[in-house]
Design a protein around this ligand. Structure first.
Ligand SMILES: *Cc1c(COP(=O)(O)O)cnc(C)c1O
Length: 234
């Protein structure tokens, strides 16, 4: 059996077990295979195994892969510069990483020119880390109300980023707060806002995230192996 097949089966099993522990239907958890820095052939192999959703961090890489292999869906999960918005629209099913008003406004304007509605998530900096992008818990609702009024976009939920930790238990409280935020906002019935998606959890902590209410998990390393960045070797 190929390594990717084994990895995919293991991750799917762990997702199901985490969902069941939390009394949730495993079918409601969407696995996003984070393929950043990995070759297109790996995406194609995963696709042949039935994996449909892929996550990318860099605009040029996402666009290249999408054009070469448009049969699957690509999620933009990395920081997006406003000057690259135009390139990516129409190539991504969901932009998870909307982390500023300026970015939201740019997506709105460019989507308008293209005549499309771009689904987005608002990125929340769950651990309040200065090195990470995203709105704070405190800013989230105001930002969301303002962004929701823009044409050309639809807010589908939140993406939470949590600190890199060895013990996933350290992030449980953050995941719980993110879930609560999404419930609280959902109950306000804000126009053009659906809190249908809660994207949180990565290789080191996805089971905890599922136990705390994630609908989408973004998993790279556990599926594709360690990433080697240019310059990282040696
Ligand atoms: C790289 C990345 C992931 C996947 O990380 P792994 O630890 O390899 O699973 C998930 N989310 C974001 C935003 C990322 O940049």
């Amino acid at each position: 059996m190929s390594e990717l097949k084994t990895n995919l089966e293991n991750v799917r099993r762990r997702i199901s077990e985490a969902a069941e522990r939390a009394g949730r239907d495993p079918g409601e958890i969407c696995l996003i295979a984070v393929s950043k820095t990995k070759p297109l052939e790996m995406i194609q192999e995963m696709a042949a195994l039935g994996q449909q959703e892929f996550g990318e961090n860099y605009v040029s890489e996402l666009v290249e892969k999408q054009e070469a292999f448009p049969d699957v869906s690509y999620h933009m999960i990395g920081h997006l510069q406003t000057n690259k918005v135009k390139k990516i629209l129409g190539k991504t099913v969901l932009i998870h990483s909307v982390d500023s008003w300026h970015l939201a406004e740019t997506i709105s304007r460019e989507a308008g020119k293209k005549g499309i509605i771009q689904p987005i998530l608002l990125e929340i900096n769950g651990g309040n880390e200065p090195s990470k992008y995203g709105f704070s818990f405190e800013e989230a609702e105001d930002a969301l109300r303002k962004i929701a009024a823009l044409p050309g976009i639809r807010i589908e939920g939140l993406m939470g980023v949590a600190p890199d930790v060895d013990d996933p238990e350290e992030n449980r409280v953050i995941f719980r707060k993110l879930f609560q935020l999404s419930v609280d906002i959902g109950e306000k019935n804000i126009d053009n806002v659906r809190m249908k998606i809660l994207s949180m959890g990565m290789t080191n902590d996805f089971e905890t995230a599922i136990e705390e209410g994630a609908t989408h998990v973004r998993i790279g390393t556990a599926l594709f192996g360690k990433r080697i960045y240019r310059g990282d070797e040696l």
